[in-house]
Design a protein around this ligand. Structure first.
Ligand code: SF4
Length: 349
C-alpha cells in the first residue's frame, strides 16, 4: 500500500521501504546495563527498531543513557502519564508509542504532541482490542474490526488536528481474523504507515502460529510497514520468527533457509537432533542467502537435497554431504554438523 515515509532515528519505514522488524525489551528499563545487553542481543539477531516500557520517570530518564550505548532506534512505550511521554522525548526517544485514549485531556495530548513536534519524532498511535472505548463497543455490538478502525482514526484525527502528522498507526487484537479485517479496512482509509502484529499471541508455539497466520494474510496484501511478533518468551525468539515470516513471504532476503524432512521409518540417524543443531548453527551465517537441506535417508535424501545448495542425507549411523545436488563425501553421523559448518565458512561470498 502507498504509505508515507516516516523516519525513526536512523531507519525509515513506509513508502515501499523494506518492512522492518521490531521487538520490545522485557528488562526493567531503568536497569540500563541489562536493557542495553538485551538490545545488543536483539540487534545482532536482526532487530531493526527496539521499544522499551516507560512506566515511571526513572525509566523515561534511563533512555538518555541507553541511547548512548545502542545503534538501533529506540521507541518509548507510554501509557496514562503524559509527563512520562514528554520526559522520554526529552531524553532522546526516536519515537513514542501512546494511546491518546489513556493520556487524558486534549491539553495533555497537545503537550505530548508539541514535544514530539519540537524534535520531529514520530508518534505511534496504538489501539488495542482490549481497551476499545465503551461507546464503540456499544455502537458495533461488541469489539469489532470496524470499531478498532474507528477508534484508531479518531485518535489520529486528534493529533492531526493539533497540527502534527508524523504518525504511525497500530491496531492490535489477539483475534487473528479480526486483526486481519481491521488492517484491510484501515489500509484503504489512511496513508500513515502501519505497525502490524498480533497482540497477546501466546507462548512460543501458539504465538508463532497465530503471528505467522495473521501477518501472512496482512502482509501478502501489501499492507504493513513494520512488524512485531509478540511472544510470551525471550524477545530474541520474536526476531527469529519475524525474520522467518518475512523470508517465507519473499519480503526479505538473506540468511540461510533450512529445510528438513519429517523423518519416517527409514531414518537411521538422530535427524531431529541434527536438524535443530543445524538451524542454530546457521544463524551465524546471516551473510549467506542459500538453502540447506537436512534429510533422513538416502532413498529420498539426495534427490530432495538437490533442490538445496547444500545438504546432508542420513544413512546407518553415517551420512552423505551433498553440494549442488552432487554427493561429495560420506562420513560418520557425528561429523555431519561440523562438515556442514566447514562448507558454510568456505562458501563463496
Ligand atoms: S527423506 Fe527419507 S527419512 Fe526423511 S521422510 Fe523422506 S523417506 Fe523418510
Amino acid at each position: 500500500m502507498n504509505t508515507k515515509e516516516v523516519k525513526i532515528g536512523n531507519k525509515v519505514i513506509g513508502g515501499g521501504n523494506p518492512i522492518l522488524i521490531q521487538s520490545m525489551c522485557n528488562t526493567k528499563t531503568q536497569d540500563v546495563a541489562a536493557t542495553v545487553a538485551q538490545i545488543k542481543e536483539l540487534e545482532k539477531a536482526g532487530c531493526d527498531i527496539i521499544r522499551v516500557a516507560c512506566p515511571d520517570m526513572e525509566a523515561a530518564k534511563a533512555i538518555a543513557e541507553i541511547k548512548k550505548q545502542i545503534n538501533i532506534p529506540l521507541v518509548a512505550d507510554i501509557h496514562f502519564d503524559y509527563r512520562l511521554a514528554i520526559a522520554a522525548i526529552e531524553n532522546g526517544a526516536d519515537k513514542i508509542r501512546i494511546n491518546p485514549g489513556n493520556i487524558g485531556s486534549t491539553d495533555r495530548i497537545k503537550a505530548v504532541v508539541d514535544a514530539a513536534k519540537a524534535k520531529n519524532i514520530p508518534i505511534r498511535v496504538g489501539v488495542n482490542s482490549g481497551s476499545l472505548e465503551k461507546e464503540l463497543v456499544e455502537k458495533y455490538g461488541g469489539v469489532t474490526a470496524e470499531g478498532l478502525v474507528e477508534s484508531a482514526l479518531d485518535k489520529v484525527k486528534i493529533i492531526e488536528d493539533l497540527g502534527y502528522d508524523n504518525l504511525v498507526i497500530s491496531i492490535k487484537s489477539s483475534n487473528v481474523m479480526m486483526c486481519v479485517k481491521a488492517h484491510e479496512l484501515i489500509a484503504d482509509k489512511t496513508n500513515h504507515p502501519l505497525h502490524v502484529g498480533i497482540t497477546e499471541a501466546g507462548t512460543l508455539r501458539a504465538g508463532n502460529i497465530k503471528s505467522a497466520c495473521g501477518l501472512a494474510m496482512i502482509l501478502s496484501q501489501g499492507i504493513g510497514d513494520t512488524i512485531r511478533v509478540s511472544l510470551t518468551g525471550a524477545p530474541v525468539e520474536e526476531i527469529k520468527t519475524a525474520k522467518l515470516i518475512l523470508k517465507t513471504l519473499g519480503l526479505r532476503t538473506g540468511g540461510i533457509e533450512v529445510v528438513s524432512c519429517p523423518t519416517c521409518g527409514r531414518t537411521q540417524i538422530d535427524l531431529i537432533g541434527l536438524a535443530n543443531k543445524v538451524e542454530t548453527m546457521v544463524e551465524e551465517f546471516s551473510d549467506l542467502n542459500i538453502k540447506v537441506a537436512v534429510m533422513g535417508c538416502v532413498v529420498n535424501g539426495p534427490g530432495e537435497a538437490k533442490e538445496a545448495d547444500l545438504g546432508v542425507a542420513g544413512g546407518i549411523g553415517e551420512g552423505l554431504l551433498i553440494k549442488h545436488g552432487e554427493i561429495v563425501r560420506k562420513m560418520p553421523e557425528t561429523e555431519l554438523l561440523d562438515a556442514l559448518r566447514e562448507e558454510l565458512i568456505n562458501w563463496p561470498r
